[in-house]
Design a protein around this ligand. Structure first.
Ligand code: AMP
Length: 431
């Protein structure tokens, strides 16, 4: 039989990586707490109908889709937003607004595996439901920036746009919604020429395609100035002008908040998911061509799921990519140096006493491992040393008779005989 391996695109997290993942997850949870987002836990498997309702062709074609044993069409979640929107449209429909909800967990997409792109990956997701105000958009940008800082990323930058700029033009020119969506997806992949070619095929006026060609090259970090340039270009399109005004309000609020977010406005910026209706953004690190997070406003999704019309804005961050960014910038997410203790009996008959000593340590809040391979003392100490254990607590007959154990600092090769009741205190004070 050939050797077993994880399924393509899936990975094992060994202890060090697992610890790093959980640590980044902890930071995401802390940000949720600081901004008032309550955590909810939703199923990994959801009805295919729910997930496909507004997912966009791209995401739909990459779902892990299957029939369960009851014949239901289900899929592994390719995002959290659909599950949160389902809840807000049903169980949480009468909850007072705004609702701030946080999720963290694994996500599944049949993406082509490469560095930073997996088929099982982790996201932290924040949804702010019930407010159409630009303050809500600003909050989601600010909490994303806070997470990047908390996680320890240094050079992250935000790309921001407004889906209403392009949609406003295409709707006024009566471009069919399906074609609009296809254009947005091409733009998302920066295939601007293909997007324009598709529009030309759908016979929209030449001045409109040339306007779009002009827009896609407009970008800059003097955000309000760039927004004004966009506004001048789209002045004949009412909805597009409104969109720029809205974007300017959001940008103004972020600036007033004192939060120094590195922002670039891009007029031709689009995102693959079809449900966006307003401000959209993505977080990048300049020398890495992958997104660390993305989000935006989607005001019609809850309604689409049968709920009350509920404006909403949200963001998802890629935790695997945050980990990758930390590794690349050599600022490994280090957990505090932790003391580790190995309890070793000097002979087999003292195993029960060793269990008791280990238990006393744990009850005092000190993590303790027990030597359970019945190794001889010299070998056991050697193994403990190799595993970078800080202390060995040696349970021997003579010391036990005096109510004591020997505590050995493995790197310093020093040891003391300590009374059992003082053991925890000693370990806490010594390094
Ligand atoms: P999206 O919902 O597509 O905006 O994704 C939000 C974030 O999830 C992205 O910005 C990435 O950081 C992360 N992400 C998306 N797809 C993958 C993937 N296949 N592997 C790892 N991370 C991903």
């Amino acid at each position: 039989m050939s050797e077993f391996k994880p399924v393509r695109g899936m990975r094992d997290f060994l202890p060090e990586q697992a610890e790093m993942l959980r640590s980044v997850e902890g930071k995401a949870r802390r940000v949720a707490e600081l901004y008032g987002y309550k955590e909810i836990v939703t199923p990994v498997v959801e009805p295919y109908d729910l997930l496909s309702a507004k997912a966009g062709e791209e995401v739909k074609s990459r779902m892990f889709l299957f029939k369960d044993l009851g014949g239901r069409d289900v899929a592994l979640r390719p995002e959290f937003t659909a599950s949160v929107a389902r809840l807000v449209a049903t169980t949480l429909r009468n909850e007072p607004k705004p609702l701030r909800l946080f999720c963290v967990g694994s996500i599944y997409r049949y993406d082509e595996p490469q560095r930073g792109r997996y088929r099982e990956f982790w996201q932290s997701n924040y949804e702010l439901m019930g407010s159409n105000r630009p303050e809500a958009d600003a909050e989601v940008l600010m909490l994303s920036d806070a997470l990047m800082h908390q996680a320890g990323l240094k050079k992250h930058a935000f790309k921001i746009g407004h889906i209403g700029v392009l949609r406003g033009i295409l709707s006024q020119e009566r471009v069919d919604e399906k074609i609009q969506n296809a254009v947005m997806q091409l733009m998302d992949k920066k295939q601007y020429d293909d997007a324009v070619a598709l529009l030309e095929k759908s016979e929209i006026p030449r001045r409109c395609t040339s306007l779009i060609q002009k827009l896609v090259v407009i970008r800059g970090t003097s955000v309000l100035e760039v927004a004004d340039r966009i506004k001048t270009l789209v002045e004949d399109y009412e909805q597009s002008v409104e969109a720029v005004e809205n974007l300017k309000e959001v940008l103004g609020l972020v600036s007033e908040s004192g939060c120094k977010i590195d922002l670039t406005v891009e007029a031709g910026f689009a995102r693959g998911l079809e449900y966006y209706t307003g401000m959209i953004f993505e977080i990048n690190i300049p020398d890495l061509d992958i997104a660390f997070g993305g989000g935006g406003r989607y005001n019609r999704l809850i309604e689409l799921y049968g709920g009350e019309p509920t404006p909403a804005v949200g963001v998802a961050h890629g935790l695997d990519r945050i980990m990758l960014g930390l590794e690349m910038h050599k600022t490994p997410e280090r957990s505090e140096e932790r003391k580790t203790v190995m309890v070793i009996p000097t002979k087999d008959e003292l195993s029960g006493q060793a269990l008791r000593v280990a238990q006393l340590l744990r009850m005092a809040g000190i993590p303790a491992e027990l030597e359970i391979m019945r190794r001889r003392m010299v070998k056991a100490l050697e193994v403990a040393d190799k595993r970078k254990t800080t202390f060995a607590v040696i349970v021997g007959e003579k010391e036990l008779g005096e109510g004591a154990v020997v505590i050995r600092n493995l790197s310093r090769r020093e040891q003391d005989t300590i009374r059992i009741e003082r053991m925890a205190e000693y370990l806490k004070c010594h390094t």
